[in-house]
Design a binder for this molecule. Structure first.
Ligand code: AMP
Ligand code: GLY
Length: 411
């Protein structure tokens, strides 16, 4: 079986690694020097359906797995399926669940899914009116794809006003949302239309610095499974995944692909903060090593409309630490030499590449998040230890990382 993964980041590296472990011959478009150890790079732009289709035909690809949301939002899954290609990913309409937070809210209301109360505001007058009636709606969200930069959790109405004014300059509308409290978890379901299988709870760490300080980032680390939660992943899915799949199926737009629910476990039960229509980054870098065997049967099964009967099995813990470039997230500096990648792997860690380049034998920094170093073990402590031992082996000037991934100071 030949699989083609679209994308070039750490999430795509982990997907390629897992698919290869399942016996697939894996290609990545465009892939990267780091991914090349597990998947052959194919030149091309994942946003250009014709280029992807060319590669599919030329390489006789049996399964396409888009990594990021952009190709899905543009309709790559639907366009390829129309050509008879098996794709793990939702149609254009399904991808709107991530592209428009307002659309996601509408669906959640229609399906009776618990989520924060929210008002959609198209201008600043509406923002003022909303805050006058609901001063607790202090979470401001851009309505559109914002790569994680469109959410501001303000402490009070004044902060919410400032954030809304700024975002309304860039986006057509904003959502003002009730601020919720509780532990956050990411829940990813593998869906084939109406049916789904679950990956365990994962948690990512979005802030740059230890102690949840500093600016928001694309993710500085993650671990899975998350244990000791007040509700199970299955219970959460019954309330937040199943009703959405039923609604979409009833409307004649069945959802096929990964459905990621960002949940906050409040005193009132699990509530949805957001949906993504793809695997999480960096959650995937820990979920793939945490499951037993390869993700391949589930992705292929979902794409073909016959999911394996069993859930992916989870017997191990995995924890990933992101090493980011100096200057990240504002202005990451590239070009610095990276040493110790092989040593980290020789010590037993998995290294998933996001922003690296190789020239000859020399690795250099080529992006903001450089690598995610993942430790795997029978328990969370062993996983954490392995991850930090691996991270300590890797050096480049000004590397930034958090020492508290998993909730405990690392070193
Ligand atoms: P989102 O992109 O919607 O997941 O939001 C990014 C982050 O903002 C989340 O991971 C939460 O930490 C925080 N957040 C979003 N919505 C809320 C909310 N209603 N209440 C509290 N925190 C929130
Ligand atoms: N880790 C959050 C995301 O992938 O959107």
């Amino acid at each position: 079986m030949r699989a083609l993964v679209l994308g070039k980041g750490g999430r795509e590296h982990a997907l390629c690694w897992s698919l290869a472990a399942g016996g697939a011959e894996v290609y990545a478009l465009p892939g990267s020097d780091g991914i090349a150890t597990v998947a052959e790079p194919v030149a091309g732009d994942p946003l250009q359906t014709s280029q992807v289709l060319d590669a599919v035909r030329r390489l006789e690809i049996g399964l396409v797995v888009p990594g990021p949301e952009e190709p899905l939002v543009r309709g790559i899954a639907e366009d390829l399926r129309a050509q008879g290609v098996a794709v793990f990913g939702p149609d254009r309409q399904g991808a709107q669940i991530e592209a428009s937070k307002a659309y996601a809210k509408t669906l959640m209301r229609a399906a009776g899914i618990p989520t924060a109360a929210a008002s959609l505001c198209q201008d600043f007058g509406a923002v003022e009116q909303t805050l006058a009636v609901h001063p607790d709606r202090t979470v401001v969200k851009a309505d559109g794809l914002a790569s994680g930069k469109g959410v501001i959790v303000a402490d009070d109405a004044a902060g919410a006003r400032r954030a809304a004014r700024r975002l309304l300059g860039q986006y057509k509308s904003v959502l003002l949302e009730e601020r919720l409290e509780g532990p956050e978890v990411s829940l990813i379901a593998i869906c084939d239309g109406r049916d789904y299988r679950l990956l365990p709870f994962a948690r990512d760490h979005k802030r740059l610095q230890s102690g949840d300080l500093g600016p928001n980032t694309g993710g500085m680390g993650a671990f899975a499974p998350v244990t000791g939660t007040p509700v199970s992943a299955e219970e959460c899915a019954e309330r937040t995944i199943a009703p959405l799949l039923r609604l979409l199926d009833d409307r004649g737009t069945p959802y096929r692909g990964a459905l990621y629910a960002g949940l906050i476990l409040t005193g009132r039960g699990p509530m949805v903060l957001e949906y993504n229509v793809r695997f999480g980054d960096p959650e995937t870098q820990v979920l793939m090593p945490a499951i037993t065997g390869s993700i391949l049967p589930w992705l292929q099964g979902a794409a073909d409309g016959r999911l394996p009967v069993e859930q992916p099995e989870v017997r191990r813990h995995a924890l990933g630490v992101v090493l980011a470039a100096r200057g990240y997230p504002e202005e990451p500096a590239t070009g610095d030499e990276i040493t110790g990648l092989e040593a980290a792997e020789a010590g037993g860690a998995l290294v998933f590449h996001a922003g690296t380049r190789k020239a000859g034998d020399r690795w250099t920094v080529a992006g903001g998040r450089v690598v995610c170093v993942v430790g795997v073990g029978a328990g969370d402590e062993a996983a954490r230890h392995a991850a930090y031992a691996g991270a300590a082996a890797i050096t480049f000037p000004g590397a930034q990382w958090r020492d508290d991934i998993g909730g405990v100071p690392g070193r």
